[in-house]
Design a protein around this ligand. Structure first.
Ligand SMILES: Cc1cc2nc3c(=O)[nH]c(=O)nc-3n(C[C@H](O)[C@H](O)[C@H](O)COP(=O)(O)OP(=O)(O)OC[C@H]3O[C@@H](n4cnc5c(N)ncnc54)[C@H](O)[C@@H]3O)c2cc1C
Length: 381
């Protein structure tokens, strides 16, 4: 495995870094406060090919790899986690089309994302089905050549802004294996019976759109089944093998951003007649933070590299997601500590980063779920 970035990857990294510094740095706080996101900036990111890098050209995407996607996400999350979350969620679930969809589905639904005509989301979580995805009870029943869907979903990214949503639904409740009971549907959000309500008051990532979704006799044609009937859980796990690598990139970016802010602050802030960064106790903190970020970056690269080389590894991806999320929470906590009381005020970006970090240990598999995957793989029982 060679972790040196190619010339092209370095170029992409630089473009993402410049975009983040130029477009996100000044406005992140304002959008977080107002719980909205800047359409103009999203448009620019699209034009610069900074979204959905892993989506093939045949579906309108840049046709690059998971590593390129992770590199870009790291740069964005370093500067503003909120708008970056919204950028990332524009293609949340697109892997399902690439891995399991037909050519027609990919062209019809993914291409418009790159022209700004579509926004997608992936609705798995329900009020009574979070970590236990197999208990999802949103029901899809076949009637002629249509599926009729009923149920509700919560905490869904792009729930109100999405033009179409992937819905994880129960289709085969009597299947012997619980892993063969669900399927995934593409549901256009303007279909009759689809409604969404924004969920306000998030602790962090406040500018990103999160909503509850209600499906009341929503009818979709047969061709909106994505992948095979009864294969939804397998498809979902394949998606998580990929999306969790991205969450590790979120964690690495957020932690690096927090570390950078702390270093800047401790060089300028003087106490006892010296910059606080000159005290060994503070230097040790910085060293510990830097080692954590570097290790998280290494395993993030490894997870993405394995994906790009056609050997996705659930175990490594779970480790990457769990570790990067953990260190993001730890590093941002220490970075705020180094800001002293100033860090507790929202004039300082570290306050927003602190609020943003925690969700990384919750969504797309809480840290306990990642630990279950890792532990089970090692023990083999
Ligand atoms: C900002 C945000 C955005 C989100 N976006 C989306 C989205 O776009 N689409 C979507 O489908 N969902 C989304 N979610 C939902 C998210 O994926 C869930 O919150 C997550 O899967 C956890 O489910 P839960 O909240 O129901 O917690 P629960 O499953 O109720 O878990 C609560 C706690 O119990 C622990 N726990 C549960 N089972 C076990 C066990 N067997 N052993 C040990 N510990 C256990 C969990 O780890 C957790 O710590 C989002 C959530 C947030 C906060």
């Amino acid at each position: 495995m060679d972790f040196r970035l190619t010339k092209e990857q370095k170029y992409i990294q630089k473009a993402a870094r410049e975009f983040a510094k130029g477009e996100l740095a000044q406005v992140g706080r304002e959008y977080d406060l107002n719980e909205t996101y800047p359409e103009e900036i999203i448009k620019k990111a699209r034009e610069l090919d900074l979204i959905g890098l892993f989506i093939p050209e045949k579906f309108g995407g840049p046709g690059l790899g998971y590593l390129e996607q992770a590199i870009v996400l790291e740069e964005l999350w370093k500067v503003d986690p909120g708008i970056s979350q919204q950028l990332c969620s524009l293609t949340f679930g697109a892997e399902e089309f690439i891995l399991f969809g037909t050519q027609d589905q990919g062209k019809k639904f993914l291409e418009p994302i790159f022209t700004g005509d579509a926004v997608m989301g992936f609705a798995i979580t329900e009020p009574d089905a979070g970590s236990d995805t197999l208990s999802a009870s949103t029901l899809a029943v076949k009637e002629g050549n249509e599926w009729v869907i009923n149920g509700s979903k919560v905490m869904i990214g792009n729930g109100t802004k999405g033009t179409f949503m992937l819905i994880f639904a129960l289709t085969d409740p009597d299947a012997k294996s619980s892993a063969k009971r669900h399927s995934i549907f593409i549901v256009e959000t303007d279909r009759e019976g689809y409604t969404a309500e924004p969920m306000h008051g998030k602790m962090g990532l406040r500018c990103s759109d999160t909503a509850a979704i209600y499906l009341n006799n929503v009818r979709v044609p047969e061709e909106n089944l994505l992948g095979k009937q009864g294969n939804g859980f397998h498809q979902l796990m394949a998606f998580f093998d990929r999306s969790r690598a991205y969450v590790s990139a979120h964690g690495v970016g957020l932690a690096q951003g927090a570390l950078d802010m702390a270093v800047k602050h401790i060089k300028g802030r003087k106490q006892f007649g010296k910059p606080i960064g000159s005290f060994q106790g503070v230097q040790f903190k910085v060293a510990d933070m830097a080692v954590k970020v570097e290790l998280a970056r290494n395993i993030m690269y490894k997870a993405a590299w394995l994906l790009d080389n056609g050997t996705p590894d659930t175990h490594v991806t779970a480790m990457a997601k769990m570790y990067a999320a953990r260190i993001a929470v730890e590093v941002v906590d220490e970075a705020l500590q180094l800001h002293g009381g100033y860090g507790y005020f929202d004039d300082y970006d570290i306050e927003r980063f602190y609020r943003a970090a925690k969700v990384l240990e919750i969504y797309e598999g809480a840290k306990e779920i990642e630990k279950m995957i890792i532990g089970r793989t090692i023990i083999g029982l």
